[in-house]
Ligand binder design. Structure first.
Ligand code: GDP
Ligand code: MG
Length: 424
């Protein structure tokens, strides 16, 4: 069984939490895109963990975790993340962490370039997390990067780095006027932070292909939502990789296999980190209360997230491009304080109502059309079946299901592993 668990919205839908829950029945969890620019929060009996690079299955001893070729890996960040987990008692060995030999290494100069460019842009900045993700993906497609597999041939690294730095310093030094970066310093960095992962380097195409052929259950874990996809998202306010499910087998390393199931994680309201169009955004007291209720602060950066009501237009589009076969609605409990629940049911573009998700200038100019649903005003975090939910909460879940045209299989009513409802 090959299952992708993907975000329907702008990210932070609770993917980490759902992967943690669903991975109980799975043998392998594979991350297929992105780097340490976003964070998953997982709360279980061992504590609260924020994972930026490692797949969420790392918290289970019997789950194998794969970091696929579609990922960009900041080795220093990975080194620190692994150390933090080990300090908390999590065992991490090459038996249950496999890093693709084709994954790209995010180097210190990628992070530097990210910062230099955001500074140059000043008030026109894109709201990059400054983790070097756009520069490293750009270099990947320029075919000028170091990949994990290169570490298996250390004798070739000095020359490779010398060539790379000669090219890179044209930008860093001659372009931005920053001090040039020496190949020696990059070699030292690789030796310190990347080399310790040599025992973990794996041909994930072989590994996953064999696992799939042997009937193993594999989860593909996305790190960002549909609306951050480089092709289908709110470009240029997107990430630099493909976040959608169709890319999962490629980014994980088994392009020869097809997905059996795509679980779309959809939040019961909206949140968005950073700049860019966010039509359903709520401001003032209404927004502040929702942000507080939902604890909407970035897991990786601590930044307050922008918030809004559930966005029918964006979520229907997200569900479509993900090809979701079922949905998990998360954070329903957060809405319990509301007497009237705001829902963005349509957009208005140039004075014309539309239910289609626009792009570019039209998206930037779209205005939300809000309707209000009756709230339930009672705690639902203890509910474990649909019938236990208050009637208005049931109606709300059914409304979400119909509005995006995809069956809801799970409803999450709290951050803890067992706080959820199985619908069928
Ligand atoms: P991800 O990036 O999609 O994995 O999501 P994040 O971890 O960035 O953000 C989701 C946040 O909501 C985390 O702090 C979770 O612990 C929390 N969370 C997940 N599901 C629920 C839920 O159903 N109810 C509540 N109250 N919190 C939840
Ligand atoms: Mg997140």
């Amino acid at each position: 069984m090959l299952t992708a668990i993907v975000g329907i919205n702008w990210g932070d839908e609770g993917k980490g939490r759902m992967v943690d829950l669903l991975s109980q029945k799975f043998d392998i969890v594979s991350r297929y895109q992105g780097g340490n620019n976003a964070g998953h929060t997982v709360v279980n009996e061992r504590g609260k963990f924020i994972l930026n690079l490692l797949p969420s299955g790392i918290l289970r001893d019997d789950t194998v975790n794969v970091m696929g070729p579609g990922m960009v890996i900041d080795a220093e960040h990975l080194w620190n993340e692994v150390k933090r987990l080990r300090d908390a008692g999590i065992v991490i060995t090459p038996e249950h962490l496999k890093i693709s030999d084709r994954a790209t290494i995010c180097m210190p100069y990628h992070k530097l370039l990210d910062c230099l460019e955001e500074e140059r842009l000043a008030d026109k900045k894109f709201g990059s997390t400054r983790r070097g993700i756009a520069p490293v993906y750009a270099d990947k497609y320029m075919k000028k990067t170091v990949r994990m597999g290169d570490l298996l041939h250390p004798e070739a690294l000095p020359e490779k780095l010398a060539d790379l730095m000669e090219w890179k310093n044209l930008t860093v030094n001659k372009g931005y006027g920053h001090e040039a970066i020496t190949p020696e310093s990059m070699l030292e960095w690789l030796n310190t932070y990347a080399m310790p992962f040599v025992p973990y380097i794996t041909n994930t195409t072989e590994y996953l292909g064999e696992a799939a052929a042997n009937g193993k259950n594999i989860i593909f874990e996305a790190q960002l939502g549909a609306l951050r996809d480089i092709d289908f998202g709110i470009y240029p306010y997107t990430s630099s990789s493909s976040t959608i499910a169709a890319y999962a087998p490629i980014g994980a390393g088994i392009p020869q296999c097809r997905l059996d199931e795509v679980v779309g994680i959809m939040k019961a309201y909206s949140s968005c980190v950073g700049e860019g169009p966010f039509t359903c955004e709520l401001f003032g007291k209404e927004g502040d209360e929702l942000r507080e209720a939902g604890g909407e602060y970035g897991a990786a950066t601590g930044r307050p997230r922008r918030v809004g009501g559930f966005d029918v237009v964006a979520s229907r589009y997200g569900t479509l491009v993900q090809g979701a076969t079922c949905l998990a609605v998360t954070k329903l409990d957060v809405l319990s304080y509301l007497k009237k629940i705001p829902v963005c049911v349509a957009y208005e573009v140039n004075g014309v109502r539309t239910e289609k998700f626009p792009m570019g200038v039209e998206l930037a100019e779209a205005k939300p059309v809000y309707e209000y649903f009756d709230g339930w005003m009672q705690d639902v975090s203890g509910c474990r079946s649909f019938s236990e939910l208050p009637e208005n909460a049931q109606k709300y879940v059914k409304f979400l299901e119909e509005s995006v045209n995809c069956p809801v299989k799970y409803v999450s009513v709290g951050a803890k592993r067992e706080q959820y409802i199985r619908m069928y």
